[in-house]
Ligand binder design. Structure first.
Ligand code: ATP
Ligand code: MG
Length: 724
């Protein structure tokens, strides 16, 4: 048998891992050293050499995008689609398991996934029902606490409160929240994992069935598994499994969500025969980028310690750009992207990474203005937009009348005269009788428990839902979506609203129909079985973002640093690299969290293959307030000779090195005659400071913050501004 294609493109250490005899392996290595490549080759090795059935392989990774890419790479290696192989995220796989065994797991057949928004709403309701003061017991904090317990595998009855008021109250909320979830047939993200762990643990028959099936297990990004995930693996693995885990302690970035670097040591304790393999050559990045990453991470204490080298070329210096404000930063990034595309790079080879989701809006706007196609992962994602969630709520209710969250969302949307009082009456009845709100509505209509007008309105709503359900019966998914947006009145509702936002909502709703169409095609291709509507709803909660833009259009990739894990791009922008934003201000006080932020910076830097561009903004408007910023310490931890500063035409000196004027410098004065930050005088508005500009020549516009009149956009050609 010719196995050269499995081994040719590997170095010795990688080959050792791929060809290891069946047993346990721990591959511990730095970024870009080929861990994921080893995993993929190992899978191909198992299939081709060990003659493992694809059906017997389970491979877990961290993000949906990474899982999607892994599937692609496996297909490419094997030359066939790996039918029956389970490749996915922990959450995705747990979901799949629970769908198949909802009865054993004690769930409703049509159980729905609560995303974090839905969950917060439910927690809020529970707190209100318990008559607790929301100011003292903040819903967000309770949500966080509950998820933390679940990530540790703890149910309310496991928690020792020892009379502590905080703990006692949290346990009360947790308990009531669990009941509310059960009533609604709803499962949150953490519950997916915990529930499936309990299924393995308590149901011997099922456990043995799956142990027998998954003879080979592989885990990527092992450093970010939490307690429940690790226990999940342990239960599934049995005594002497064929189990390969790969990871990098320097890339553990989910400590705040319960991930445990300690699982790496735990693995060695639990599997004393495990073979430990280290990879030391980096194949991804230029020497410059790698040196920067190594220098940065060296500032963390208590690392497992790794050597990472490359025989690649030095490459370009890291470019550093100080934006005057976030608009200027965004425009600089877009200009450099346009430049790179003109130079022949494709847009999908370019990524913009940022610390906080909220940063994406300004970047998106700049990209939109310049007509640069982009896709965004995470954040204000397609499936998280209000209008889409409304439409999805109709679909959810069609699928499951017991879905209280969905019902509450749309019972009066579009408005149909069902007021808060009526909704509260339904809620109360539901609570007292321990039934769903839909059932409560049936009851109250039957025994005339609602005033006449409200009763009519509720009746009207229920008839509408039944009608929709009837129409949606047996038609393809995209028709269901169409029915949900059109016959519900949602589309008309938004069409009648005014303004650009409303227009975008209408477009998004229309996009939902194409998303549904695309999803159904994919599902047919992947040979998935089951209820396509349910699968689509789960997809909306789990894989948000994947369908929002045309998958085949060449587009720039936008994502948070967290979701960039495992990925690589020839050109990477890291935006907003300033103290308070990155490292995030919440982590400044706590050395442990600061180190986690540094690991996040390490992840960011090591995504870049050829060129890394770091940007920051001296002033930034974010979450509605303005901050004055300092360059991030993480940039200062990179040796200065690796960095080249890119500057605006005539700006003041930088805190950093003697920098040169970069090739790509965006020069405001060229297009407007004024520099950003310059003071100017206008005959009508008085004195002000130049904030921003766009366009060129006769089209050039300039934004000035006038001392008395506030900020205004003006056409440069007509404004007759005087420099001061
Ligand atoms: P991360 O820690 O970021 O997840 P990783 O260790 O998983 O990184 P990979 O993504 O597997 O690294 O590999 C990084 C890059 O190096 C990929 O483009 C991969 O194809 C390439 N690569 C890995 N090993 C080799 C090799 N032996 N020869 C050539 N290229 C390689
Ligand atoms: Mg990887």
């Amino acid at each position: 048998m010719d196995i050269s294609h499995l081994l040719n493109s590997l170095n010795d250490a990688q080959r050792q891992a791929v060809t290891a005899s069946l047993g346990q392996q721990l591959v511990l290595a730095g970024a870009g050293s080929g861990k994921t490549r080893v995993l993929v080759h190992r899978i191909a090795w198992l299939v081709e050499v060990e003659k493992a059935s694809p059906w017997s392989i389970l491979s877990v990774t961290f993000t949906n995008k990474a899982a999607y890419e892994m599937r692609g790479r496996i297909e490419q290696m094997l030359g066939i689609s790996p039918q029956g192989m389970w490749v996915g995220t922990f959450h995705g796989l747990a979901h799949r398991l629970l769908r198949a065994h909802w009865r054993e797991a004690g769930l409703a057949e049509q159980f729905q996934i609560l995303d974090s928004d839905d969950q917060l709403r439910l927690v809020k309701r529970v707190i209100r029902e318990l008559a607790l003061d929301e100011n003292q017991w903040a819903p967000k904090q309770a949500q966080w606490w509950i998820n933390g317990q679940k990530d540790e595998g703890l149910r309310p009855q496991h928690i020792q409160t020892a009379g502590d008021l905080f703990l006692t109250t949290m346990v009360r909320i947790y308990t009531a929240y669990e009941q509310a979830c059960a009533r609604a047939g709803a499962v949150d993200f953490a519950e997916l994992l915990l529930r499936s762990l309990e299924l393995w643990r308590d149901n011997q028959t099922l456990r043995e069935q799956y142990q027998a099936r998954f003879k080979h297990m592989l885990v990527d990004e092992f450093q970010d598994t939490n307690a429940v995930q690790y226990a999940w693996l342990r239960h599934l693995a049995g005594k002497n499994p064929s189990l390969m885990v790969v990871g990098d302690d320097d890339q553990s970035i989910y400590g705040w969500r319960g991930a445990r670097i300690e699982n790496i040591q735990q693995f060695q304790t639990d599997y004393t025969n495990a073979e430990m393999i280290r990879l030391e050559q980096n194949y991804r990045s230029t020497a410059t980028i790698l040196k920067a990453a190594n220098a940065l991470i060296d500032n963390n204490a208590g690392r497992l310690g790794k050597q990472l080298w490359t025989d690649g070329n030095e490459g370009e210096p890291i470019a550093l750009y100080a934006g005057f404000n976030e608009q200027d930063e965004a425009r600089f990034i877009v200009e450099r992207i346009e430049q790179a595309v003109r130079d022949g790079m494709s847009r999908s080879e370019i990524a913009i990474l940022y610390r906080s989701n909220a940063q994406s809006r300004v970047l998106e706007e700049a990209l939109l203005r310049s007509g640069v196609p982009y896709r965004i992962y995470g954040g204000q994602r397609f499936f998280e937009r209000a209008e889409i969630k409304n439409a999805m709520a109709y679909l959810r209710l069609i699928g499951n009348r017991g879905d209280d969250g969905a019902l509450e969302r749309i019972i009066n949307l579009p408005t149909r005269g069902i007021g808060d009082k009526t909704v509260e009456a339904l809620r109360q009845h539901a609570r007292e009788q321990d039934v769903s709100m839909w059932q409560a509505a049936c009851d109250l209509l039957d025994n005339k428990g609602l005033p006449g007008r409200a009763a009519n309105a509720v009746q009207g709503f229920m008839v509408l839902i039944e009608e929709l359900a009837e129409r949606a019966e047996g038609v393809p998914l995209y028709s269901k979506a169409q029915i949900a947006i059109e016959h519900s009145g949602l589309l008309r509702f938004h069409e009648q609203e005014k303004g650009e936002k409303a227009q975008a909502r209408v477009e998004n709703l229309e996009e939902l129909v194409s998303a549904a169409r695309g999803f159904e095609n994919d599902m047919a291709e992947e040979d998935e079985e089951g209820d396509v509507l349910l699968a689509f709803l789960a997809h909306a909660s789990l894989e948000a973002g994947e369908t929002q833009a045309d998958r085949f259009e060449d587009s720039v990739q936008l994502m948070t640093l967290h979701s960039a894990k495992g990925l690589e791009f020839p050109l990477v922008f890291m935006a907003g690299v300033e103290e308070g934003l990155f490292p995030h201000k919440m982590s400044l006080e706590d050395p442990g969290r600061l180190e986690e932020e540094r690991r996040l910076a390490y992840v960011g830097i090591t995504r870049a293959m050829q060129q890394l561009v770091i940007t920051w903004a001296e002033t930034r408007r974010l979450y509605g307030s303005e901050t004055f910023n300092k360059l991030s310490r993480f940039v200062r931890e990179v040796p200065v000779e690796l960095i080249q500063e890119v500057r605006l035409g005539n700006q003041v000196s930088r805190p950093f090195g003697p920098g040169k004027t970069g090739l790509f410098a965006a020069d405001a004065s060229e297009s407007t005659g004024f520099a950003l930050g310059q003071r100017v005088m206008h005959s009508l508005f008085g004195e002000g400071v130049v904030l921003n500009y766009e366009g060129q020549g006769a089209q050039a516009r300039i934004q000035v913050n006038f001392d008395d009149e506030g900020s205004k956009w003006l056409m440069v050609a007509y404004a007759k501004l005087e420099p001061l």
